[in-house]
Design a protein around this ligand. Structure first.
Ligand SMILES: [Zn+2]
Length: 75
């Protein structure tokens, strides 16, 4: 038997809302992306091997990824 084992990372959307984007200076929608690593076989994710990590806030207007602290500044 031959298995392709590996570790894959999945990015899921955890939250969304509105904020004043510091990049495009517009009040626009954002999404919070969470990344989590999975143990995978044949490129199919089986189970998570790490805790979810809140990685970035993404502005849906300009597409910029930025740290989550931008939400605290402009709320
Ligand atoms: Zn923006």
């Amino acid at each position: 038997m031959f298995f392709i084992l590996g570790i894959s990372a999945k990015t899921i959307k955890s939250d969304q809302g509105q904020f004043l984007c510091p990049v495009c200076k517009t009040r626009s929608a954002y999404e919070i992306k969470v990344q989590r690593r999975y143990f995978s076989v044949f490129f199919i994710s089986l189970f998570p091997i790490s805790k979810p990590k809140e990685s970035a806030v993404v502005c849906l207007n300009c597409g910029t990824h930025m740290p989550k602290m931008v939400l605290e500044h402009h709320s």
